[in-house]
Design a protein around this ligand. Structure first.
Ligand code: UDP
Length: 309
């Protein structure tokens, strides 16, 4: 019998790629999204697909879905720093109330639950790379705290449902991910730099550009998420590409691959912006047999084509 997966935030960047993957795997997909930061354009191609259903709903309110559900993947949340600074209360609500509702639905349906957590749970890390056993360095009352603490709460309540209700839960700590369907105005480094480079506008570098990130291409990420979903692991697992680079290196690659004449302008570093970030993915390698395959140059070329189209 066909399985049914429900994805909250299914019209978002990662969520919509998950809808594609789960349909490809032969599952029915229910995509729930209130379109705060998600877009119908991301799922329009699925509208006529048999086994696909879109429900416009804010999961911070009670979720009412009839019928059987086998998997719940909770991806609803603003996820770019620009977005969660714009929607601080919605971000806190979807990470707390939204996660509670999604877990409640999973419990009622006896569904497997996967939480989209984040490398932001490590805050501005004092350990690099970050293994899952690192507890992080988060400022609870800073501007990023609305996302970081919501996701930390989401992890805590997910583990509580696992321990108390024996719910089959998984927690993915997702590191920086990029690719097709990121919004041009998303505010994150890769969409900003690509949009600026193709328009010949100045590349806005926050701080010195010596801060580091590690960027994972979307196809690698959704492959890892699926492996985690069907695994027997309940503890958090880092998913990301461990190829760490400075933001200056990233801007250089984007300028080169767009053939842009843009120059770099330096702006103020946002409050609590992490100085380094790199996933330790030993756990994902051993437990899931997963590692990313797409090199940054290849992923950037595909993303640039999308931004040009
Ligand atoms: N950044 C930048 N210019 C931009 C957007 C972001 O220099 O136009 C920097 C940002 O300050 C951070 C890094 O790029 O150091 C990655 O930021 P992003 O918003 O992509 O996500 P984060 O990793 O901070 O969650």
């Amino acid at each position: 019998m066909k399985k049914t997966a429900l994805i909250t935030g299914g019209a978002g960047f990662i969520g919509s790629h998950l809808c594609d993957l789960l349909l490809e795997k032969g599952h029915n997909v229910i995509c729930v999204d209130n379109l705060l930061t998600g877009k119908m354009d991301n799922i329009r191609h699925l509208a006529r697909e048999k086994g696909f259903e879109f429900v416009k709903h804010n999961v911070s309110q009670y979720i009412n879905i009839k019928g059987r559900i086998d998997y719940i993947l909770h991806f609803a949340s603003p996820a770019s720093p620009t977005d969660y600074l714009k929607y601080p209360i919605q971000t806190l609500k979807v990470g707390s109330l939204g996660t509670h509702n999604a877990l409640g639905l999973a419990k009622a349906k006896r569904a497997t639950f996967l939480l989209a957590s984040t490398s932001e749970v490590y805050g501005d890390p004092l350990v690099n790379p970050q293994p899952e056993k690192y507890w992080g360095n988060v400022n609870p009352i800073g501007p990023r705290g609305v996302y970081d603490e919501a996701k930390r709460f989401a992890e805590a309540i997910t583990m509580a449902y696992h321990r108390v209700h024996s719910l089959d839960t998984k927690i993915a700590r997702i590191f920086n991910t990029y690719g097709e369907r990121m919004r041009h105005n998303d505010g994150r480094a890769i969409p900003n730099f690509i949009s600026q480079a193709i328009k010949g506008r100045p590349i806005t570098m926050y701080g010195t550009g010596k801060q580091t990130r590690s960027f994972c291409y979307i196809s690698d990420m959704v492959r890892g998420l699926y492996k985690l979903l069907v695994s027997r692991t309940h503890d958090p697992v880092n998913l990301g590409n461990p190829a760490e680079m400075t933001l200056l290196d990233l801007a250089g690659l984007i300028i080169e691959n767009t053939g842009s004449g843009s120059r770099i302008v330096f702006e103020k570093l946002p409050v609590d912006d992490p100085k380094v970030r790199c996933p330790d993915i030993r756990k994902a390698r051993t437990l899931l047999g997963w590692s990313p395959k797409v090199h940054i140059e290849e992923g950037l070329r595909k993303t640039i084509s999308y931004f040009l189209s």
